[in-house]
Write a protein that binds this ligand. Structure first.
Ligand code: ADP
Ligand code: MG
Length: 301
């Protein structure tokens, strides 16, 4: 009985292989060339200083700590700081401009993280301007890296100039970071339009530096207010948290700290990026509830 089943299964497999013989001949070399095929995630914003670099560093360590192979590229040429936030600034020998200009091999510019063996950084150049790299250079660099990583995270500069276009060109997924304040949200809205016009959308949103007590008092936009304006998917809410600054100064992103609230928020976002359904933290639920209550109590609201 067992033998018969096995025999039957073998026959079926052979048949299938014969039938798809031609397709397999094409498919196998592709699989061999790209065993990993990383997704390229671009972290960007409209306004500067909202937390892109903080987000890139924390998502990178959270993804790498959960077993993924991750490389970050700092595309903020002339203003590099992802290396500092990751604590790797003293290890820089070559940067992305050296790679693009052929002065260094890609591997020479990849700095291995001190804590996580599957995490790497390619730093930006400090003394050059954004015109040293083009969008097609970035596409080429990412294509070369894709086979060896699960995630390539691009830390974008603010604004809509060359640096932004460099970070966007190779992107498979765009994350927009905003703060819950009117000017940041307005600038985020513009960037969403640009991302969509480049057919890189729809992006996902991170609301960073939320202060629930300010929202409660009506002094800060609530999550619902921000989502009403931007109308894109929310992938995470990160509270205002002073451990962020301490972590950045020490070159140790808080996503590695069990007790940090912001660290927990970034770990949750990393899990959502991997396709897990992770409920939003308490602070978010509280904010949603209170903001709805606030709207009910507000005259005319
Ligand atoms: N959730 C947060 N809580 C407290 N400070 C934060 C938070 N996110 C970012 N910051 C601080 O805000 C500043 C700007 O962050 P950064 O990541 O450099 O922004 P960007 O890359 O968008 O310019 C930094 O000093 C950083 O430590
Ligand atoms: Mg930055």
């Amino acid at each position: 009985m067992t033998n018969k089943t096995v025999h039957h299964k073998d026959a079926m497999d052979t048949m299938v292989i014969e039938k798809v013989g031609e397709a397999r001949a094409v498919a196998i070399p592709v699989l061999e060339r790209k065993p990993m095929a990383a997704s390229v995630i671009t972290v960007t914003s409209g306004k500067g200083g909202v937390g892109k670099t903080t987000t890139t560093a924390n998502l990178a360590v959270a993804l790498a700590a959960s077993g993924s192979k991750v490389i970050c590229i700092d595309t903020d040429i002339g203003l590099r700081n992802l290396d500092v936030v990751m604590g790797l600034e003293n290890r820089i020998v070559y940067d992305i401009v050296h790679v693009v200009e052929g002065a260094a091999k890609l591997k020479q510019a990849m700095i291995r993280d001190k804590r996580l063996p599957h995490l790497f950084l390619i730093p930006a150049a400090q003394t050059r301007d954004k015109s040293a790299v083009s969008p097609s250079d970035m596409v080429r660099v990412c294509d070369e890296l894709r086979a060896d990583f699960d995630y390539i995270l691009m830390d974008s500069p603010a604004g809509i100039e060359r640096g932004f276009r460099n970070a966007l060109a190779p992107s498979d997924k765009v994350i927009i970071v905003t703060n819950p304040e009117v000017s940041a949200v307005r600038d985020a809205d513009r960037i969403i339009g640009l991302v969509e016009s480049e057919q890189k959308g729809p992006p996902s949103l991170i609301i960073n530096r939320l202060k629930p007590e300010m929202v409660k008092r009506g002094d800060m936009l609530s999550i619902d207010d921000v989502l009403d304006v931007l109308a894109i998917d929310l992938i995470g809410i990160v509270p205002e948290d002073e451990t962020i600054l301490v972590g950045s100064n020490r070159g140790a992103p808080v996503a590695l700290e069990e007790k940090s609230r912001a660290g927990q928020a970034f770990r949750n976002i990393a899990r959502r990026l991997k396709g897990e359904e992770v409920p939003f933290m308490d602070i978010d639920r509280q904010d949603g509830f209170l903001s709805r209550l606030g709207k009910l109590l507000r005259p005319g609201g």
